[in-house]
Design a protein around this ligand. Structure first.
Ligand code: PML
Ligand code: MG
Length: 247
């Protein structure tokens, strides 16, 4: 689902987006839930809601649910220090870290993620205003149950966390992806995350101030990766998230 609103100067602004993999039997209920979500979103009332459904014909790959943890963080400035340190530890250059923050701080809204090369900091998403939308991922029952056991998730945050950790788990499973950083663009949602196959899914409270409409998603690729292959995986490859390994 994607919901947007026309805006004179910019064309159209993104309000909400969501995706899943489900059975044919669940299609109607999912579509109804997504439309309801678009109509009650904190970013405002959309004037266009598009729900598209595609049959999945190829066998989905499996990825494992990232282990979740929460870091103590009391302000956006502290969040930045934590994120920068973790990214540098992941072999991402200072220039690439700064480029990521610039995108996350921008007032321009993207529907998808920006892709940055880990060393040169070059942005490689083909359409900079749209970004790359991570899609075609769904949760197994066991992984869903595992998410219900993550500590300190408020009931009202459950769907947001479940979708974010699913997306992060699909993303981190690609061998050419080093890390992902996400700040919600919802003004009332102030917990973000940094994720990678090595770090797991680290929740960061107070990553932004309440009321801030900015946000976004930045994915760091190995310098020698082939961006077109990574994009194909993120957008098109169906992936089912299984419960974490080593439990
Ligand atoms: C979004 O708005 O879709 C991003 C959600 C980030 C969730 C972070 C968390 O609470 O774990
Ligand atoms: Mg949002």
């Amino acid at each position: 689902m994607r919901a947007s609103k026309k805006s004179g100067r910019i064309g159209s602004i993104h309000i909400s987006g969501a995706e899943t993999i489900c059975t044919k039997q669940k299609l109607s209920i999912m579509a109804q839930q997504y439309i309801e979500r678009a109509l009650t979103h904190s970013r405002g009332l959309p004037d266009e809601i598009v729900v598209s459904v595609e049959e999945i014909t190829e066998k989905p790959l499996n990825a494992y649910l990232l282990k979740a943890s929460t870091i103590q963080c009391s302000s956006p400035a502290e969040a930045r220090r934590i994120i920068a340190e973790l990214l540098i530890d992941t072999d991402i250059s200072g220039q690439a870290v700064a480029s990521g923050f610039k995108i996350l701080d921008s007032k321009k809204r993207m529907r998808g993620a920006s892709l940055i090369l880990s060393n040169s900091a070059a942005r490689v998403e083909p359409d900079r205003s749209r970004g790359v939308r991570v899609s075609r991922f769904g949760l197994s029952k066991n992984a869903f149950v595992e998410i219900t056991k993550i500590n300190r998730i408020k009931r009202s945050q459950f769907t947001t966390v479940a979708e974010a950790i699913s997306l992060a788990s699909k993303t981190a499973a690609h061998p050419d992806i080093l890390a992902e950083v996400c700040i919600s663009d919802d003004p009332d949602y102030t917990t973000g995350y940094i994720a990678s196959s090595r770090l797991g899914y680290i929740r960061i409270p107070n990553i932004k101030s309440a009321g801030d409409m900015r946000g976004g998603r930045v994915i760091y690729l190995r310098q020698d990766s082939k961006p077109e292959d990574v994009i194909k995986y993120l957008e098109k490859m169906p992936v089912i998230i299984k419960r974490s390994r080593n439990r």
